[in-house]
Design a binder for this molecule. Structure first.
Ligand code: NDP
Length: 256
């Protein structure tokens, strides 16, 4: 069997595995917070520099799709080009610009968690790339379809909220500073983790614009992964800062 046929034959099984992992992550993270960032703690085995961990975890989401797109011999249309700009734009920003902007270079990350996240990101890249760029054939009429227009708009709004909220956090620290402060700008006035809210909007937009099972699974995973962490972050802010505004929600303004 050729590699293309293998990747096509495995897609449904990979999507089912992905769903099981996402559901398990959702349940587990309600009881155990992922041990990185402000929730770093001992007992998770050997660690690595957090920035190196982020680069490793995120760059596979650029490199794997790049390799798969070449193997897939994608029929390039304006629609696929727009989807590629969305995917590669997000992951180039996250892998390179965001990681270099992060402050707190002494922060560590458990190697086991970084490896699990890297493997998961390979799975995520595979199902999305293969489903969207290889299995689906979007013709020019998709450009005017309401699902495409709404999805792309939501993705762009989410990207703006995600990046601007991350930037507000990153500017709270001066070079060399490792501590935490209460953010009071932008969407941070409404929720504890607006960067996660932006991320959720982005992948929900991706799911709608691509109208694909893999896109829907990615949106589900994003909530499964970040929803429980946003609640933990909110509780952490309340426990750490007496002045933390009580009306702020965890992730979705006024709702969650
Ligand atoms: P956080 O909001 O926990 O942290 C973002 C950065 O800001 C870190 O460098 C952190 O430092 C710093 N920071 C956070 N809060 C404060 C504060 N109160 N004062 C000063 N500095 C602060 O985000 P994550 O690290 O969890 O995620 C980073 C990005 O990756 C986000 O955009 C998120 O949406 C995305 N992401 C996406 C996932 C997905 O499933 N699609 C999964 C995980 C992340 P420190 O590291 O020292 O805490």
């Amino acid at each position: 069997m050729e590699l293309q046929e293998v990747l096509t034959a495995w897609l449904t099984s990979a999507q089912m595995l992905y769903f099981v992992i996402a559901a398990a992550v959702f349940v587990i993270l309600y009881f155990i917070s992922a041990p990185y960032g402000r929730h770093t703690r001992a007992g998770w085995g050997p660690t690595m520099n957090a920035n190196h961990g982020w680069i490793m975890m995120e760059t596979v989401s650029v490199l794997v799709p790049l390799a798969l797109v070449i193997i897939a011999e994608v029929t390039v249309s304006l629609v696929t080009i727009i989807f590629m700009i969305m995917w590669f734009g997000h992951y180039c920003q996250r892998s390179f610009f965001y990681t270099w902007q992060r402050r707190g270079t002494q922060r560590t990350y458990p190697i086991a968690i970084a490896l699990l996240a890297t493997i998961f990101n390979i799975l995520n890249s595979y199902i999305n790339t293969w489903d969207v760029f290889h299995m689906h054939r979007y013709d020019a009429s998709w450009l005017m379809d309401p699902r495409f227009l709404i999805g792309v708009s939501l993705f762009c709004l989410g990207a703006w909220i995600n990046i601007s909220s991350d930037n507000i956090l990153l500017k709270l620290r001066k070079p060399g500073d490792e501590g935490y402060k209460v953010p009071n700008k932008g969407y941070h006035r409404l929720v504890a983790s607006p960067n996660y809210f932006g991320e959720l909007l982005e992948w929900t937009g991706w799911a709608i614009a691509t109208w694909s099972i893999s896109g829907a699974l990615f949106a589900f995973f994003t909530f499964a992964n970040l929803g429980p962490r946003a609640l933990t972050n909110l509780q952490w802010y309340r426990d750490t800062f007496a002045e933390y505004p009580k009306e702020r929600k965890a992730m979705i303004p006024y709702v969650y």
